[in-house]
Design a protein around this ligand. Structure first.
Ligand code: ZN
Length: 496
């Protein structure tokens, strides 16, 4: 049985604790809204993705172009119909958003999906998807939980866990009515309103609402926990199996989140830079024709092939924490094979849309995860979409992180043509280039052997980013594109 992981976030509870009489501080509408109070009945637990054999996180992205788009979702070897459903839904959501969103606005509109596994049992799997949309002022978050019957090979919507939506609506109304800020009257027996049904570890039925569905967006996450005994009569037979699947994975202990003090942070940052960024590379880039290949957004299903192609080379991987949590073995392999493992935030949202504490959360959670997987704390980060501002650089400095941009963008993420990726990369790359590639794109993995051979034929030596800047070293809080330039605009364009 896979072990459980509590949803992350550093005590930023944005849940309205209907049912226990506790109302948390209002959300500021920003992304990391997960639930953290152990006594909170709407708190959900999740299966640790690292324990699930064959889990492959999938990514649809649109780096460095507007509208900002990043959709992450899981696929499993034993959930064929669910995988197909997720592929279809995510591709459609990405296409619809791109088609219907004006791209010349500032700040850039953004669409982001991340996920958790509610249950992975021998008969039932539950996947919770969290969608965030940034319209220019604040984030609006929504959740959907899909359930999968492994015996029948069939996907169930959340509303199909219950046999009586009228009764569920009535029960939820009773709970929501306790808070005057919530408009319980809008609750009605619509399956779309009940698209995220889940269970807490006691077996209570947890009903999650999207931002703005039943309360002002500033309230953050709204959820109600229907006590187990009241929910009993509501659940279908599959609903009861789903509940059982969640209950069978009760965590032994509640993990504690211990914030790092600022003095710990600055001293560990200084130590790391001394040992990692200033280490002598194999190659002296003041003499050799060095190039740093960088791979963003993984690890994912194609990362193994990318690593195969780089077996005799070195590169830098900017990993997304949510993906890395599912495949820590690939981070291990990156480190073992001499690559630099770096931080690309937890869920790939534009950091300039967030307050400093959220930026800290996005970066520090990923730091911890990479440290756990590789034994080494990263010294490099890349901001999603290359979007930085003084807030972001300040937090990066606090965490001992140098921010790395790029100056060669072959736009591989939007290509399914390996030879086009090869020629775009080879024609643009110069000495000391930092090249932006994506190990989430299968065509990039296909292109890589020819890219490596082509760069070698042109006399280039592939190095990690810290090697590119050795022996001078890199400084936390500074931004690097190539050749040591340290100033960029919000979207990663070099400033004049
Ligand atoms: Zn990215």
């Amino acid at each position: 049985m896979p072990s459980l992981r509590f949803s992350g976030g550093i005590a930023l509870c944005a849940a309205l604790c209907v049912g226990c009489g506790v109302t948390s501080p209002a959300s500021d509408g920003q992304p990391d809204d997960e639930i953290t109070m152990a006594s909170e009945p709407t708190m959900l637990t999740y299966v640790d993705p690292a324990d699930v054999e064959g889990l492959a996180p999938q990514t649809i992205s649109g780096d460095s172009r507007q509208p900002h788009l990043h959709l992450n979702y899981p696929t499993l070897p034993f959930t064929k119909a669910l995988n197909e459903r997720l592929h279809r839904d995510m591709a459609k959501a990405a296409a619809d958003y791109t088609a219907h969103t004006t791209t010349d606005r500032f700040p850039a509109p953004e669409y982001n999906v991340d996920w958790q596994l509610s249950a992975v049992a021998s008969d039932v799997v539950g996947v919770r998807l969290r969608t965030g949309e940034f319209g220019g002022v604040r984030w609006a978050n929504s959740t959907q939980t899909l359930w999968y019957d492994r015996t029948a090979g069939r996907v169930f919507e959340s509303a199909q866990l219950v046999n009586n939506l009228n009764l569920l609506s009535a029960l939820v109304k009773q709970h929501l009515d306790r808070d005057p800020a919530v408009d319980a009257d809008v609750v009605h027996p619509d399956p779309l309103l009940f698209d995220s049904l889940n269970f807490n570890s006691r077996g209570d039925l947890v009903v999650e609402f999207d931002d703005y569905q039943v309360a002002p967006g500033s309230m953050g996450r709204i959820a109600a926990a229907i006590p187990r005994k009241d929910a009993d009569a509501l659940l279908t037979s599959f609903g009861r199996r789903a509940r059982h699947a969640v209950e069978r994975a009760i965590p032994a202990t509640v993990p504690q989140i211990v914030p790092m003090s600022s003095s710990e942070r600055s001293s560990s940052g200084a130590q790391r830079l001394g040992s990692a960024n200033n280490r002598p590379g194999r190659v002296d880039c003041t003499v050799a024709n060095c190039v740093a290949l960088t791979f963003d957004d993984g690890p994912g299903p194609y990362t193994g092939r990318v690593l195969d192609a780089l077996r005799h080379e070195r590169a830098t991987f900017f990993t997304v924490g949510a993906n890395a949590a599912a495949r820590p073995d690939l981070l291990d392999r990156m480190r073992d094979e001499g690559h630099e493992v770096a931080n690309h935030t937890w869920s790939h949202r534009d950091l300039t849309t967030m307050a400093a504490n959220r930026v800290f959360d996005q970066l520090s959670r990923t730091q911890s995860l990479i440290k756990d997987a590789t034994g080494q704390t990263p010294t490099l980060a890349r901001a999603p979409y290359g979007a930085t501002d003084p807030n972001v650089t300040e937090v990066a400095k606090e965490l001992g992180l140098c921010l790395v941009q790029w100056n060669v963008d072959p736009m591989d993420w939007q290509s399914d043509n390996p030879s086009a990726i090869v020629s775009a990369t080879l024609s643009k790359t110069r000495r000391n280039s930092i090249v932006l590639l994506h190990d989430t794109n299968p065509a990039t993995a296909d292109a890589l052997p020819a890219i490596v051979a082509g760069l070698a034929a042109r006399g280039f030596t592939l190095v990690t980013v810290p090697e590119l800047y050795a022996p001078a070293g890199m400084t936390p809080g500074q931004t690097y594109d190539a050749g040591g330039r340290a100033s960029v605009s919000r979207r990663g364009q070099p400033l004049p």
